[in-house]
Design a protein around this ligand. Sequence first.
Ligand SMILES: Cc1cc2nc3c(=O)[nH]c(=O)nc-3n(C[C@H](O)[C@H](O)[C@H](O)COP(=O)(O)O)c2cc1C
Length: 360
Amino acid sequence: MGKIKTGAYNPLPVAPIVLVGANVNGKPNYMAAGFVNGVNVKPAILYVSLNKRHYTPKGIIENGTFSLNIPCADYVIETDYCGLVSGRSADKSGIFTTFYGELETAPMIAEFPITCECRYTGQKVEFEMDTVYFGEVIQVHVNSDLLNEEQKIDILKANPIYYSGIENRYRTLGADMGPAWRIGREYTPKQASATQESVESRYRCAIVERPAQPALTIRSRAPLMALARTIGESMAAIAQYAGRQGYIPAGPPFVAYHGFDGREQDVEIGFPFNSGVEGKTSIQVSAIPGGKSAAYHYIGPYDRLPEIRVGLQQWLNTNGYTPVGVIYENYLSDPQRTAPENLETEILVPLLVTDGVAPN
Ligand SMILES: Cc1cc2nc3c(=O)[nH]c(=O)nc-3n(C[C@H](O)[C@H](O)[C@H](O)COP(=O)(O)O)c2cc1C
């Protein structure tokens, strides 16, 4: 694959968007910022990089304090407004309910689920257009309903906004790719010395054509953290109902992934049956669509499936296939009796068929 030089710019694909707050001339002022991140763990030091013409830096210098306010997606319009309009020409103090914490001069936004107050360390780095200010985090304020039993922030509930600079759009969180600081343990020297051919072969799959199949399914929406439980409960409900009716499944249970709206995954959970079945309440008669699909046989723990789905779609795209429609996963093993590393799953990605032929 060839590389193309596309110029000198910031290629980081997404940045969390915050509103930087400071009291300027005695009034709270908030501005949007994407040039913000942490630089030291203990003490917790953050930086914000602010254009010299902005109004907010005046307040940081005046008070020696500022705040970072992490918006949830519900406030994307107000957040963008604070990035369009300067406090020099418009009073932004009434957009939100302001509260103060220990520092008393770092204004924070009550409507936002996570805010933090910072003491300006007095350290700054000057560039031509922007000045980078460093601040020590004094306190982080979190909505109580965001904390789980371990008192950790449930980031899906916080639903933060990301700025995708390359597209100039706002986005929310995407797929869960697996546990950080842990998934790398699966890296093996074999992968390190892999040739291009073996990397290519990692997602090699069979192209299959299957007829449509009747099914009994439950359609649900669930946040990613609750997905496994939703799937398990729905499968149990369908199995119990089918048992009572005397219906015998024609294959393993499956889940169809209909879409993710940034908060919840839309899934259809079911079992295939031969025709003649009837549904009841939330258990619907549905059909697994027929046609050409890429079939990938995956052996390993279920928590890696989101990552495998993404890798498989990328592999298909770069190998001349056009994935279309809804991905189906057939769970071939019984998780009650199989070790996670031995669980077998068939992932089916429907393919676009041009002139009756999918590329092979
Ligand atoms: C998505 C987005 C990200 C921004 N990121 C920054 C940033 O990191 N640094 C900066 O100086 N301005 C940034 N801006 C621009 C300021 O938020 C904007 O100029 C604002 O009006 C300045 O407000 P103030 O003059 O009241 O301080 C951003 C604007 C948007 C919409």
